[in-house]
Design a protein around this ligand. Structure first.
Ligand code: GDP
Ligand code: MG
Ligand code: K
Length: 277
């Protein structure tokens, strides 16, 4: 296999439609180890050396459901060459929440902006160039249902899989949260400085640090007692400054970033609205 491409997206974003379009009839359906969540794999019908894997549909990469845990473990541990994040363009605010979380893992990513036929028929405009500049990853408009844009999407995905760009640092968090994330990240790197791959470790440390500020119990359970205590101290301090729950604060900051992004890159017509009295 040359490359492994994983598809990630919200439920109903068109993931299965895209997977079927890309793989044609040759697919293998099994289960993820230990759970009854479908695992679908296939190869790209136009290049048999590209493996395509369909991750479970999720709104988030938090540790609250089997689907979310599978999706994030696969991205963070198995590290596909590239993730195609399929976004329902008619529901862009909600879908971009997952996009931001995939970006936090620093996995090479391409965004497939799907349902562009419906976006257009609603009279809305999504500026994929602007989105690309804001998010620092290619954003390709597609219509999964009729195959429109898929050649371009796959060409970009292969390019990103090959080049593995580091990704842009997105200014999502405020100073308080950033400080906590950086402090925890340094703490995690300290214990790992015997490793040869410093870059990979620090990328992983950054992601883990964000999860720890979100009080992620699965990531927390991987720490030594000493480390966990040190992390908790930093998180308690951040909580004081945030006036409460850091998990809620991070969610709030992600949504603020998304609102700004959508205001810049999306123009909505009034057509879709129904007047109510
Ligand atoms: P999944 O839950 O992410 O696997 O989503 P599906 O592939 O099952 O698609 C959800 C619904 O959206 C289905 O009714 C699809 O036919 C429809 N759909 C998928 N892609 C497109 C598209 O590009 N345009 C439109 N209009 N509908 C689409
Ligand atoms: Mg599906
Ligand atoms: K639809």
């Amino acid at each position: 296999m040359d490359y492994v491409i994983a598809l990630a997206g919200n439920p109903n974003s068109g993931k299965t439609t895209l997977f079927n379009e890309l793989t044609g009839s040759k697919q293998h359906v099994g289960n993820w180890p230990g759970v009854t969540v479908d695992k679908k794999e296939g190869v790209y019908k136009k290049d048999k050396n590209i493996k395509i894997l369909d991750l479970p549909g999720t709104y988030s990469l938090s540790p609250y459901s089997a689907e979310e845990i599978i999706a994030r473990d696969y991205i963070v541990k198995n590290k596909p060459d590239v993730v195609i994040n399929i976004v329902d363009g008619t529901n862009i605010e909600r879908n971009l929440y997952l996009t931001l979380q995939i970006a936090e893992t620093k996995i090479p990513m391409v965004v497939a902006m799907n349902m562009m036929d419906e976006v257009e028929s609603q009279g809305d405009k999504i500026d994929c160039e602007k989105l690309k500049n804001i998010l620092g990853v290619p954003v390709i408009p597609i219509v999964a249902r009729n195959g429109k844009g898929l050649d371009k999407l796959m060409a970009e995905a292969v390019k990103v899989a090959k080049d593995k760009p580091l990704g842009k640092k997105l200014e999502v968090f405020d100073e308080n949260i950033s400080n906590a994330v950086n402090a925890i990240s340094e703490l995690l790197i300290e214990s790992n400085n015997d490793s040869s791959s410093v870059k990979a470790i620090s990328t992983e440390a950054q992601w883990k640090a964000i999860k720890l500020v979100e009080n992620d119990e699965i990531v927390s359970s991987t720490l030594s007692d000493n480390k966990r205590a040190a992390v908790e101290k930093i998180v308690r301090e951040a909580e004081k400054n945030a006036d409460g729950d850091t998990e809620a604060k991070i969610a709030d900051l992600r949504y603020q970033f998304i609102t700004k992004t959508v205001n810049t890159a999306v123009k909505k017509s009034k057509k879709g609205y129904v007047e109510t009295k």
